[in-house]
Design a protein around this ligand. Structure first.
Ligand SMILES: Nc1ncnc2c1ncn2[C@@H]1O[C@H](COP(=O)(O)OP(=O)(O)OP(=O)(O)O)[C@@H](O)[C@H]1O
Ligand SMILES: [Mg+2]
Length: 214
């Protein structure tokens, strides 16, 4: 990723393997921001616009032709380009806070770690097609098996959730490496704590960003 990428002070992303509590935390963080009179837009990747949500369906489907790794990556970036253009940048320009459930780090984790793609390829795609980066990324870290256990109790598994433990271990390792490499932006959250504990940790990081943005 190029060093001159714009890190927007009101743009936050949440990352982590399946079932670690991202969606749960977003609800809590939204309330924290709203309680301070701030406007927040919650969105997710892949998805976030009607077109990008259609791409999400294609990516997660288990009954379609399996996309090859390059197709998977390019569909993800097509959805991301649309999402940034149509939703994220306009919301930031309008003064909103944006919380995104997964963003660029997920592509490094899943497509490079999980699928084995070269990260240089992602660096180039990000440099050309990702116009804005979060200034704060909350990485929810819990044992892969713990999160999988939580999600495997619910609906039919999507194409990623059906991957084997080894895939998620590689995904996790990339998240860990990226958190070490970018300690300012990526903050590790101990996601083994209960939901209140996770929210407390995340709120402490968010609070510093709110203060810094005022
Ligand atoms: N800290 C927590 N402790 C225990 N259970 C939790 C915690 N956070 C969330 N859960 C529960 O675990 C399940 C998965 O949580 P959630 O949907 O927030 O995870 P997620 O990271 O968004 O999952 P996915 O990767 O599938 O989107 C839900 O049933 C949720 O209620
Ligand atoms: Mg979720």
């Amino acid at each position: 990723m190029s060093a001159d990428m714009v890190h927007h002070p009101r743009f936050i992303s949440l990352e982590g393997t399946e079932g670690v509590g991202k969606s749960t935390l977003i609800q809590g963080l939204t309330q924290v921001l709203q309680s301070q009179g701030l406007t927040v837009l919650c969105t997710r990747e892949p998805g976030g616009t009607p077109l990008a949500e259609k791409i999400r369906s294609l990516l997660l489907a288990t009954d379609e032709e399996v996309p090859c790794v390059a197709t998977e990556l390019l569909l993800l970036f097509a959805a991301r380009a649309q999402h940034c253009h149509e939703v994220i940048l306009p919301a930031l320009d309008a003064g909103k806070w944006v919380i995104c459930d997964r963003f660029v780090d997920a592509s490094y984790a899943y497509q490079c770690g999980g699928r084995g793609l070269d990260s240089g390829l992602l660096d180039r795609l990000c440099a050309d097609f990702v116009p804005v980066m979060p200034s704060l990324t909350l990485w929810l870290d819990a044992p892969v098996a713990m999160g999988l256990q939580r999600v495997r109790g619910r609906n039919a598994l999507d194409r990623f959730e059906q991957e084997k433990q080894g895939f998620f271990d590689r995904v996790h390792a990339v998240y860990q490496a990226r958190a070490l490499a970018e300690p300012e932006r990526i903050q590790r959250i101990n996601a083994e704590e209960d939901a209140a504990g996770v929210l407390a940790q995340a709120s402490s990081h968010l609070g510093k960003r709110i203060t810094a943005s005022q």
